[in-house]
Design a protein around this ligand. Structure first.
Ligand code: NAP
Ligand code: MG
Length: 501
């Protein structure tokens, strides 16, 4: 496949991948699409095409599902010991670590994020996830249960792999989302078909090469890039897929849940958010102000748990908003591959239109813009947006209610000290993914933690992730949890065995 425009800041390994890569992994073989079609891959910092990759559609999904089904049903994967499954995951982590700089460069080129962030967050956390789940592979267990019936019984539960798993991931943390999905599925003994997002296929397809190098048995882990309405829909409807795991928008999550009804496959969903950052008057300003800024601006705001609604007590509202706006005005926006860049472009032209459209909508609805509010003058064809802070917003505005998924903060003031009323405002959203509370009063912090209806509450921090911490949503932010011991439930069935003694 032709490399159309390269960036001299890419190392030789990343350059080599661009010249050779872009194939999907099906049944232990790297291959092109059956149709021969390809997807163009854009560099969001320039709007130029960097390469094209194989475009999976229904025919390729069918081949991959058939391989995953056969490998699950013929017992060949089941006969691989738990310890060996753990070793395969560990080996994948080692290979990722050896190639970490290349992965960070590819992620930055493809998604737009700063290469320094890709290296320190995306790649580092992906490595950690594979290592963490390697440990779980040997620790998946049921329990023995006492019965109260008359008679003498032995009862126990088995945790068995759910079967063939289809996984569909978004473009905001391409490699990390692949790791969050693949690692627990392999640890539990499932077989997998993973579909990467059409906007950001590079690191998933590079990971496919490492899966070959680590010598995973053919058919266990199949990886492809394809469009949602074709490859994604084929996977979520497929009668031979036992479970679908999805991360992305709430709208598509609902479509996936509907598509799954054909064979009632199991579904887990990690969807959108509109998470509150709540600052109390006693908070440590030196931490809360940069904390509130990075809660929204990290990863260009393209984070499902971004702190996109800022609530600040009236006594400190002006001080906090001034501080956050100052930070927004000084963030260095530029190409992700420039090591001095603090914020890159948005992922795509479409996302750029979406986010600038929301900023316009906020203006029209009467919000005042305290920082940003536009497109940097030296964008040069890239999908850049200024870090933006809006005040004078209220609960009825589109920018307050809907997920923007960009570096746009909406701020509101709270006037009273009643925790129930503050929590009620913070909970006034269809979403329930995350939140952060900033206060020096430990009692207030933990009382708020109980009142917030969301899967994650951060106290005096935001965007803290760890392979051991379960992550997922209340309400329309999703079904099930990723990571931690909790994710093992997504990929296992529980069987009760009872023997009359
Ligand atoms: P999206 O459409 O939900 O995409 C997520 C994944 O689902 C992609 O792999 C996508 O394929 C696939 N998909 C799309 N339609 C599908 C269908 N009918 N059946 C099966 N799979 C399907 O998200 P988006 O359009 O890229 O972004 C739109 C908005 O979603 C964002 O602005 C943001 O609000 C939200 N979002 C949330 C998250 C999150 O982490 N919670 C992540 C990304 C986006 P394609 O590659 O073809 O799109
Ligand atoms: Mg791209």
């Amino acid at each position: 496949m032709d490399v159309i425009a390269q960036d001299s800041r890419l190392g030789s390994a990343a350059q080599a991948f661009l010249s050779r890569g872009g194939k999907m992994l099906i049944d232990g073989r790297l291959c092109d699409a059956e149709s021969g079609k390809t997807i163009p891959v854009y560099n969001p910092a320039t709007g130029q095409i960097v390469m094209s990759v194989a475009e999976a559609d229904r025919a390729d999904v069918n081949r991959a599902v058939a391989a995953a089904r056969r490998t699950f049903d013929d017992g060949s994967w089941a006969s691989v010991t738990h310890s060996k499954r753990g070793q395969l995951l560990w080996k994948l982590a080692e290979l990722l670590e050896q190639n970490a700089d290349e992965f960070a460069e590819l992620e930055s080129l493809d998604n737009g994020k700063p290469v320094t962030v890709a290296r320190a967050a995306d790649v580092a956390l992906a490595i950690d996830m594979f290592r963490y789940m390697a440990g779980w592979a040997t620790k998946i267990r049921g329990s023995t249960l006492p019965l109260s019936l008359p008679g003498d019984y032995l009862s126990y539960t088995l945790r068995e792999p759910v079967g063939v798993v289809g996984q569909i991931i978004p473009w905001n943390f391409p490699l990390l989302m692949a790791a969050w999905k693949v690692a627990p599925a392999i640890a539990t003994g499932c077989t997998v078909v993973l579909k990467a997002a059409e906007q950001t296929p590079l690191t998933a397809l590079r990971l496919a090469e490492l899966v070959m190098e680590a010598e995973f048995p053919p058919g266990v882990l199949n990886i492809m890039a394809g469009y949602g309405p074709t490859a994604g829909a084929a996977l979520s409807e497929h009668p031979d897929v036992d479970k679908i795991a999805f991360t992305g928008s709430t709208d598509v999550g609902k479509q996936i849940a509907r598509a799954a009804t054909g064979n009632l496959k199991k579904v887990s969903l990690e969807l959108g958010g509109k998470s509150p950052t709540i600052v109390f008057p006693d908070a440590d300003m030196a931490k809360a102000v940069p904390g509130a800024a990075s809660a929204i601006f990290f990863n260009q705001g393209q984070v499902c748990c971004a702190g996109s609604r800022l609530f600040v007590h009236r006594n400190i509202f002006d001080q906090v908003l001034e501080g956050v706006s100052d930070i927004a005005n000084t963030i260095k926006v530029g190409a992700g591959l420039d090591p001095s860049t603090q914020m890159g472009p948005l992922v795509s032209e479409r996302q750029h239109q979406r986010v600038t459209g929301y900023i316009e909508a906020g203006r029209k609805e009467g919000a005042s813009i305290l920082a940003g509010g536009g497109v940097p003058s030296n964008s040069n064809g890239g999908y850049f947006v200024q870090p933006t802070v809006m005040a004078d917003t209220n609960r009825d505005m589109k920018v307050v209610r809907e997920e923007i998924f960009g570096p746009v903060l909406v701020a509101q003031r709270f006037d009273d000290d009643d925790l129930d009323r503050i929590a009620k405002e913070a909970n006034d959203t269809i979403f329930g993914l995350a939140s952060s509370v900033w206060t020096n009063n430990g009692s207030v912090a933990h009382k708020m933690a109980r009142r917030i209806r969301a899967g994650t509450v951060w106290l005096n921090c935001h965007n803290v992730f760890d392979a051991n911490l379960p992550f997922g949503g209340y309400k329309q932010s999703g079904w099930g949890r990723e990571m931690g011991e909790e994710v093992l439930h997504n990929y296992t069935e529980c069987k009760a065995v009872t023997q009359a003694l």
